[in-house]
Write a protein that binds this ligand. Structure first.
Ligand code: G4P
Ligand code: MG
Length: 168
């Protein structure tokens, strides 16, 4: 599969652009929720522009040998979620909307805690047939870049960051 290298600087600029779109849409989140691990660094960059507390969740769809499991598994969830999320506006952040299976699963779980509104933001959205779906309650979706299906190489996965930067 074709590879697309992306730098920290590029992701930082994308998160700034996304924050402006989110602000312009009138969405004012109470919390940022980052899906780990890929969503952690983008969520922290976003916090520079939309300064809200970050809650983190961990969901794994692949096991440690990179084999797909029957369904996404929760590795980590929000403490006292009913109290924290009920009636609140949540900005969900992940690095990539690929099959949408993890994002869809996460959104369904978040909705069970009765938030007022959830908006989704991803650095990259791949245009492909999606396995998962975004529940109809979710009206706001922001993607930094929309692209064809290719393998995105993120800087945090790099063994040699300077080599990675040269490929960007
Ligand atoms: P989705 O709902 O966000 O579309 O996620 P999906 O279940 O399809 O993705 C499974 C895993 O594959 C996710 O990581 C996702 O980040 C990763 N992934 C998908 N496409 C790419 C890509 O082009 N490049 C890279 N580097 N990763 C990709 P995960 O298993 O949840 O783990 P983590 O890496 O976020 O910790
Ligand atoms: Mg991920």
């Amino acid at each position: 599969m074709e590879k697309y290298y992306v730098s920290y600087n590029k992701i930082h600029s994308i998160m700034k652009d996304l924050s402006q779109q989110i602000i312009e849409s009138g969405f004012e989140p109470d919390y940022i929720v980052a899906i780990g691990t890929g969503g952690f660094i983008p969520a922290r960059m976003l916090k520079t522009f939309i300064n809200r507390p970050i809650l983190t969740v961990g969901i794994a769809y692949y096991d440690l040998n990179d084999n797909i499991m029957d369904e996404p598994n929760i590795i980590q969830w929000i403490d006292d979620p009913d109290k924290k999320l009920k009636g609140k506006k949540i900005l969900l952040v992940d690095e990539v909307d690929d099959s949408r299976a993890t994002i869809g699963f996460c959104l369904e779980r978040l909705l069970t805690h009765k938030p007022l509104e959830i908006a989704v933001t991803v650095v990259h959205n791949k245009e492909k047939e999606k396995r998962g779906s975004i529940p109809p309650e979710i009206q706001k979706y922001f993607a930094g870049e929309t692209m064809e299906d290719q393998w995105i190489c993120y800087p945090w996965d790099a063994d040699e960051i300077l080599e990675h930067e040269n490929n960007c």
